[in-house]
Write a protein that binds this ligand. Structure first.
Ligand code: G3I
Length: 354
């Protein structure tokens, strides 16, 4: 018998099988961009982390390296070293780059918190910071979170308050008034008119007053012709977050007509932070369902042309800010601490594919 006659179709089948197994990646099935927030240190030193980022995602967000405190550590010093590693990697691997973030109440370096000047000096500082960073990356990045977390959960503008702990207040609002938000967008647009500019915040799914305040701000910006193009719903949620709240936040954000980015998705399986909690099958199932629910609602409620994508905040459980920074026992992401796909990955993947 001529073995080559049946060997070649067999090899062909094996080859097709291998290729389709390889293609089981988030980016290959998603009808919109799928991103993650990344840390260039891990990208350089952890090959499993890098492999997952490279294979699974087609959009990346800078987790910390383009925040004010990192990129602008002294008054007259900008340090783009780490940002450049991330941007060079993303460009070489054909990934969309979303910058995070230009004006925020956190990541404030010492020199900035001690800065003294009148409102013109503060204005100049904000404008110069935004325009220097955007000019450095001109033509390389697609979008930015221009202003991050400018509202309190009750819908009030984040501001100085007698009772507010220092970490909750924003020096931008204190020195420049509420409309610093609009002006930050104008400065960003002046520096690079090709960029898509986002307002990004958290807890809209659990605080209707905050959602309402953000939508009102967007409505006002649109009336005034302020160049805003998208809304970031961070979506740091947990297995008990109410489905109706998630759907409402997505629906109302989409109704603005702006792009909608699920910008920092993670889903806590241990919301009570109980140290004795085990990552049981029932917790995994609830978490998988919630990941799928977010995808389904995003597909259903956001018109295609407004689907900017879904980004998870970090990559694997070990590098999640919840675990790594807050030291909470949890498993909030799609990959485990060895960068293997988890069961919630399958739920997320199937929902993307459906
Ligand atoms: O890398 C230094 C390390 O050298 C140093 O020894 C250590 C001591 O504190 O700090 C390390 O840096 C920390 C960094 O995370 C890396 O772990 C910073 O202190 C810490 O402030 C920083 O936290 C980041 C946090 O934002 C504040 O900037 C988290 O990584 C980051 O995931 C988190 O991201 C935010 C988004 O920007 C906005 N939305 C919420 C989200 C989660 O909090």
């Amino acid at each position: 018998m001529n073995q080559s006659k049946w060997l070649s179709p067999l090899f062909l089948l094996l080859f097709i099988g291998a290729v389709s197994a390889q293609q089981k990646t988030l980016q290959s099935v998603a009808p919109f961009k799928i991103g993650c927030a990344i840390n260039p240190n891990l990208l350089v030193k952890n090959k499993d982390y890098k492999a997952v980022v490279t294979n699974e995602f087609n959009s990346i967000t800078s987790e910390n390296v383009l925040k004010f405190g990192t990129v602008h550590p002294k008054k007259d010093v900008y340090d783009f070293t780490k940002g450049d590693i991330l941007v060079d990697y993303a460009l070489a691997n054909h990934k969309r780059i979303h910058g995070h973030c230009l004006a925020w109440h956190q990541s404030v370096p010492k020199w900035l918190s001690e800065f003294e000047g009148d409102s013109a000096a503060w204005e100049n500082l904000l404008k110069t910071h935004i325009q220097t960073v955007l000019t450095h990356y001109k033509g390389k990045m697609t979008s930015w979170d221009v202003v991050n977390e400018a509202f309190f959960d009750n819908g009030a503008y984040r501001q100085d308050s007698v009772n507010a702990p220092h970490r909750y207040i924003t020096l931008w609002r204190n020195h420049l008034g509420r409309d610093y938000i609009a002006r930050a967008f104008i400065y960003a647009h002046e520096a690079d008119p090709d960029l898509l500019l986002f307002y990004n915040d958290y807890n809209q799914e659990s605080n209707p007053a905050k959602l309402k305040a953000i939508i009102a701000m967007v409505t006002d910006f649109k009336k005034r012709g302020i160049p805003i193009h998208g809304l970031g719903l961070q979506m740091h949620i947990n297995i008990n977050t109410k489905d109706e709240g998630i759907a409402e936040a997505i629906k109302q954000s989409a109704a603005t007509g702006l792009l909608v980015h699920i910008a920092e998705l993670d889903i806590k399986a241990n919301p009570k932070k109980d140290t004795s909690t085990v990552y049981s099958d029932s917790l995994k199932m609830l978490q998988g369902r919630k990941f799928a629910f977010v995808v389904e609602q995003y597909k259903k409620l956001v018109p295609k042309q407004q689907q900017y994508g879904i980004t998870t905040w970090n990559v694997g459980d070990a590098d999640s800010w919840i675990v790594e920074l807050r030291k909470i026992k949890d498993w909030p992401l799609l990959f485990d601490d060895k960068y293997q796909q988890k069961s919630c990955y399958n739920s997320f993947y199937e929902a993307l594919k459906k």
